[in-house]
Design a protein around this ligand. Structure first.
Ligand code: C2E
Ligand code: MG
Ligand code: MG
Ligand code: MG
Length: 281
């Protein structure tokens, strides 16, 4: 009996796994269609300068609304896009659209800001990556100094020499380089110091725990002072409360991003912030 019960459990478990798998296959199929039709959108979330309260930068975040499935978050489809290789055409589209949008805002006469764009490790690893960035900027007519590429710490863990060369070439092109989710990647700091990097984005998990964990306070303060010593700018991710803001300001963090200021918003709403020259406390 026990055995029968056991196999029954196994069946239930098995069914739920196969249901998950077929769900993933359905989404995968939808993802091919969405990529072919460029059925994505970008939202924009401001980065605020801690000294002036001004919006000095924005991150482009991809959005996918499927007609039947509704909103599918990037945490769900980006890994699938990476698995299928679709991240290359999707990433190229994001790069192009974010640069195009920034150029449109500049042409309208708003104070120029930097456009921060998430780059998958698979995009970065491509031999033609620098050419793609260069061609996109040229096509769109955007000056490279208004673009920051967000990559992850992983680049300081594999193909280190090759990646340093690649980053130098990007710097020569004139774009900025940020390390996203810094502090979560276990990269070797001795390698890391050799990377030509403009900013560190301190991972949201540390910011979230600032008010209740001495350990997180120490980590955040240490990252900020390390960045300063290396001449790298610091950006705090995921600032949600005034207490968190007070702490990072106290540590002289340069910029911050988070729901306390604004969630990611559509281009029309972001443009309103630009047109009113929005300043935060
Ligand atoms: P990320 O690059 O670290 O982006 C920040 C994420 O944190 C965004 O989630 C943003 O909405 C969220 N966030 C910002 N401030 C706060 C806050 O105060 N509280 C909380 N709880 N969350 C906050 P989103 O848009 O869901 O994106 C998730 C991840 O998906 C991104 O993390 C990035 O890794 C990836 N992603 C998004 N767009 C792209 C893209 O165009 N290309 C690639 N390769 N990855 C992307
Ligand atoms: Mg990012
Ligand atoms: Mg991040
Ligand atoms: Mg993150």
């Amino acid at each position: 009996r026990a055995k029968a019960k056991g196999s029954g459990y196994y069946q239930v478990y098995n069914k739920s796994i196969s249901r998950q798998l077929s769900e993933e296959m359905v989404i995968e199929k939808y993802l091919y269609d969405a990529t072919a039709n460029e059925a994505f959108a970008l939202e924009y979330q401001p980065f605020v300068d801690m000294k002036t309260g001004e919006i000095v930068e924005t991150e482009a975040l991809i959005r996918w609304y499927h007609p039947e499935k509704g909103f599918i978050p990037p945490s769900q489809f980006i890994p699938l896009a990476e698995k299928t290789g679709l991240i290359i055409p999707i990433g190229n589209w994001v790069l192009w659209e974010a640069c195009r949008q920034n150029k449109v805002w500049q042409d309208k006469g708003y104070k120029p800001i930097t456009m921060s764009i998430n780059i998958s490790a698979l995009q970065f690893a491509r031999e033609d990556f620098i050419e793609v960035v260069k061609a996109t900027l040229k096509e769109v007519g955007l000056a490279p100094q208004y673009v920051a590429l967000e990559i992850t710490e992983g680049i300081a863990m594999e193909n280190i020499e090759e990646n340093i060369v690649k980053l130098r070439q990007l710097k020569e092109l004139g774009v900025k380089i940020s390390i996203d989710d810094f502090g979560t990647g276990f990269s070797s700091l001795s390698y890391f110091a050799r990377f030509p990097i403009d900013s560190l984005k301190i991972d949201r998990s540390f910011i979230q725990n600032i008010t209740n964990s001495r350990q997180s306070q120490t980590i955040v303060a240490t990252i900020i002072s390390m960045g300063r010593a290396l001449g790298i700018e610091n950006i705090a991710e995921g600032v949600e409360t005034k207490e968190q803001l007070a702490f990072i300001k106290g540590e002289s963090c340069h910029k911050a991003q988070g729901y306390l200021f604004s969630k990611p918003i559509n281009p029309e709403d972001f443009e309103k912030l630009l047109s009113e020259n929005k300043r935060y406390e």
